[in-house]
Design a binder for this molecule. Structure first.
Ligand SMILES: [Zn+2]
Length: 254
């Protein structure tokens, strides 16, 4: 594809007006491939905005089925799709939003055995998973694959978000630099046990999509080395800096 069709010029007109996007940027987005891990609250919001923006191929990884208790925040899914695989439900929703976008379902658990194969197919990875183990697994796999990772987590009224470029920039810190230890399973609260505000997952997922688009286009200031902390109950957003851990088990030289 070397030029935009009349329908594409109209569909993407409001972002084509942005000098950071323009026609060349839009063509780049249409050729881009993003891996979205988790079709839950974060992944729903992120995937909707990526598809709407015309990111050409979305690989959606999730091995769950839609449940009634998901619908308070997982806006890809609908009441009449309860019981369907989340990846199928996501594909239907994203196709309805933008039939130009190819949605590839990956309806298996993301494990050490499957992660490298999954990541090979993407230009970058967006982590909307709900477990520390998966976040660490993706952090290590992105280092091996040389892919940027945009990670977010939510609980209650609070969330956090960062971009990890350790796969593409030797100076950049990784998720393990920030969190050296994997907590014991069950030692930390989860959305299932402690609850979460649906709108918060929407905000962070949308912000992940914005960071992904910036990364794909190479524009703006990356969040690499910065952690955004959100508290919507108190209306606070903080940005804190963190550095590379010279003894990091993942990204330290050597
Ligand atoms: Zn590290």
């Amino acid at each position: 594809m070397t030029e935009l069709s009349p329908a594409q010029l109209e569909r993407y007109s409001r972002q084509l007006l942005l000098k950071e996007v323009g026609g060349a940027g839009q063509l780049r987005l249409l050729q881009a491939q993003v891996v979205v891990v988790g079709a839950g609250g974060l992944g729903s919001s992120a995937a909707c905005y990526l598809a709407a923006a015309g990111v050409g191929r979305l690989l959606i990884a999730d091995d769950d089925r839609v449940e009634l208790s998901n619908l308070q925040r997982q806006i890809l899914h609908t009441t009449d799709r309860i019981g369907q695989a989340k990846t199928d439900s996501a594909r239907q929703a994203l196709y309805a939003l933008n039939p130009e976008v190819e949605v590839i379902p990956f309806a298996a658990r993301v494990t050490l055995a499957t992660v490298d194969d999954l990541l090979r197919q993407g230009d970058l990875v967006l982590d909307g998973s709900d477990s520390f183990a998966t976040r660490h697994l993706l952090n290590e796999a992105c280092f091996r694959a040389g892919k940027p990772l945009i990670s977010a987590a939510v609980l209650g009224f609070e969330g956090q978000l960062s971009t990890f470029r350790h796969g593409v920039d030797p100076q950049a810190p990784c998720y393990r630099c920030l969190y050296p230890h994997l907590p014991e399973p069950g030692a930390t609260p989860t959305c299932r046990s402690a609850g979460v505000l649906g709108a918060l997952t929407g905000i962070l997922g949308a912000w992940q999509a914005a960071e992904a688009i910036k990364e794909l286009l190479g524009v703006g200031d990356s969040l690499s080395g910065s952690l955004l902390l959100f508290n919507v109950l108190h209306g606070q957003v903080q940005r804190i800096r963190f550095g590379k851990n010279p003894a990091c088990g993942v990204c330290a030289p050597g």
